[in-house]
Design a protein around this ligand. Sequence first.
Ligand code: GP9
Ligand code: MN
Length: 628
Amino acid sequence: MNAWKRSKVSFVAAATILLWLKTYIVYKTSFEIKIENFRQELILLINPLSFLMFVLGISLFMKEKHQKRFILGTSFLISAILFANVVFYRFFNDFLTVPVLFQTSNMSDLGSSVNELVNVTDLFYFADFLILAVLIKWKPHFMEYPVYTKIGRRAYFLVAVAIAFFNLGLAEAERPQLLTRTFDREMLVKNIGTYNYHLYDVFLQSKSSAQRAMADGSELAEIDNYVRANHKEPSSDMFGIAKNKNIILISMESTQSFVINNTVNGEEVTPFLNDFIKESYYFDNFYHQTGQGKTSDSEFVVENSLYPLSRGAVFFTHSGNKFNATPKILSEKGYYTASLHANNKSFWNRDIMYKTLGYKRFYSLPDYEVNEENSVGWGMKDVDFFQQSVEHLKEMPKPFYAKFITLTNHFPFDLDEEDRYIEPYTSNDKTVNNYFPTVRYTDEALKLFIQKLKDEGLYDDSVIILYGDHYGISENHNRAMSEYLGTEVTPFVSAQLQRVPLIVHIPGQKGGTISTVSGQIDLKPTILHLLGIETKNDLEFGTDLFAKDRPDFAVLRDGSFITKNHVYTRETCYDKITGEPDEGSACQQFMEKSKNELEYSDKIIYGDLLRFYGRPDGTGKEITGKTN
Ligand code: GP9
Ligand code: MN
């Protein structure tokens, strides 16, 4: 009894240890951090400690009353940041970044998903804070508020610094060049810890703001040389084949290639697309190249032939830049350009970014009649969306460039009973199971849409291009996916699961399957060339999909890349035929290329370099910035 009375615990130590242990438990239970050896486990265990000691250590300069408040407040704040990461991770399989955090206009729309993502047991994520609060209230004498002498404080911070260096040293040994490889967030969190990662991210953010201010166009010459050297002439058979035709571009939400020509419970998942492919060009080795900006990133890469960013959504972070996007080019050529998407106009900052990209009109939520009957999950059902959109299409001046963004096949893949054309898959993973009926539903919506285009006489005058925006099933679902595919989803398989369908229907053309490796970045020059518009003076990284000598190449935003015979991912080069690591140098030459492309593209965006490129009429190549 007396011993109890006498032994006191330092409040700051209690808070630090609780937060530290909690963070480690959260690492192990809420994130999928791959640990390969004991040293990595040790890094993971110690990595939150130095940060927590520094931040909570500030309290050592305070009096008891202030200490209490500061420690409680800080502990709550840190827990909230950790929890936000957990929720974000459940959805995106990724860690938060500053730009994503400021996309608050998206949060209000997340409604249905958040319900799926958060539950009561999540109170655990605040357990340490609750324990501290209870102790203060009911066991105040149990706590001690040390006020250190100058020397004591120095010793404390010295220990914190020592731990930080120990951590960094171990991390550097385990993963050289860690801080230069910023597009692998898992690696960062694993090695320097989630809190230090956020600090680093804030540093990156300020760096990118500074980059624009500092850029002067002198970097353009090198990038321009690279682009010129890689430019491929369009195929003379296809150039201008669709001159003055309308373009109907359809972004299919979360649609991956593995559903095409595939079945679930013995039934076709995409019966309409499987037929439509037969009268179109179908690209079966076409990859999405999106990052954290998901749909918006796919819009960005498709329309600019530049890569999206490794962190944040470029739609948010750089909507003030100058771009030379397809809608802008076509608007200047007399096309009417519109994007149609039945969602809040500010989602992904589209209302702002679309102006920058040169769209004349954005048909968003208020342009549709949306009610309870025709909504599910994230909003308006695809069938109704397309049907109402045809009315808008009919009103548009011709020729038009119209982009449609579907929505129903979005996580968590909610669907009304009456819209279920096939039964869900039967694994114990609800997400994977429900994915199939919603894909099937969108397939039906597309069938009705194409029929309506025919009925309205728009079909024969329009090039129709359908593409999947990004993956729908993340790596969190590898187990159920392995079961469905009948093969284990290894990193090699996972990289190839990033294939999304691309279907190009050109009036009067029979089409056929084209299997060159390609990506969303290749769409802009392809579309413009079909319309007979030259792109040789555009600063971009894609290559016409019909160009005779186009290389088999696609680089994904995480740095993985795919060539004719190899897949490079997670720092391993795999042979496509055997699926086994290729110890030779086959991937070497492409490593340089993929690194260059991503870096050049990033430079263009961070430095807003296109403002220095082009003649005043926006058409040509002339570097107007300072060139040394
Ligand atoms: C929202 C829709 C879905 O408007 O485009 O966005 P996502 O979550 O797929 O990026
Ligand atoms: Mn999407």
